[in-house]
Design a protein around this ligand. Structure first.
Ligand SMILES: [Zn+2]
Length: 121
C-alpha cells in the first residue's frame, strides 16, 4: 500500500513512511523535519553584524573606490582634475565612483569658488 508524503507528495510504501504529528512523511522529509536548523553560516552572520553596526562600509569598496578614498583621505580634499592627473583615471570614471561613494556617505562634495572639491563625509 502506498501513502503520500505530506510534505513533498512523493508516494512511499506505508511501512516505510514515518508518522510525525499526525502526518505521514517519506524518509527524506522526516529527517529534514527532525534535523535541527542548520548552523549559521559564519560569513552571513559576520556581514549581518557588519551591516547592523554600519561602521565597516569601507570594507565593501572596490579597489578603485578604495584608491580614490585613500587619496582623498591623504590630501584632505581634492578636485576631479587633480585626481585625473594623479590617479590616472578618466573624468567619467571618477564621476561614476563619486556618485556611488556619495550615496554610501563616504565622500561629499563642496564648492569653493568655481571648483568642486571632494572630501570625506
Ligand atoms: Zn517527502
Amino acid at each position: 500500500m502506498l501513502v503520500q508524503c505530506a510534505r513533498c507528495g512523493q508516494k512511499v510504501e506505508k511501512h516505510r513512511g514515518y508518522e510525525h504529528q499526525g502526518n505521514l512523511f517519506c524518509e527524506d522529509c522526516y529527517m529534514d523535519i527532525l534535523s535541527p536548523p542548520k548552523a549559521c553560516d559564519p560569513w552571513a552572520v559576520h556581514s549581518a553584524q557588519t551591516f547592523l553596526k554600519g561602521k565597516d562600509k569601507f570594507s565593501d569598496l572596490t579597489p578603485l573606490q578604495t584608491k580614490i578614498v585613500d587619496y582623498i583621505r591623504g590630501k584632505g580634499e581634492s578636485t576631479i582634475e587633480e585626481m585625473m592627473k594623479n590617479l590616472n583615471l578618466t573624468e567619467g570614471d571618477l564621476r561614476r565612483e563619486f556618485a556611488v561613494l556619495r550615496h554610501m556617505e563616504i565622500l561629499k562634495a563642496t564648492k569653493k569658488g568655481d571648483k568642486i572639491f571632494y572630501l570625506l563625509f
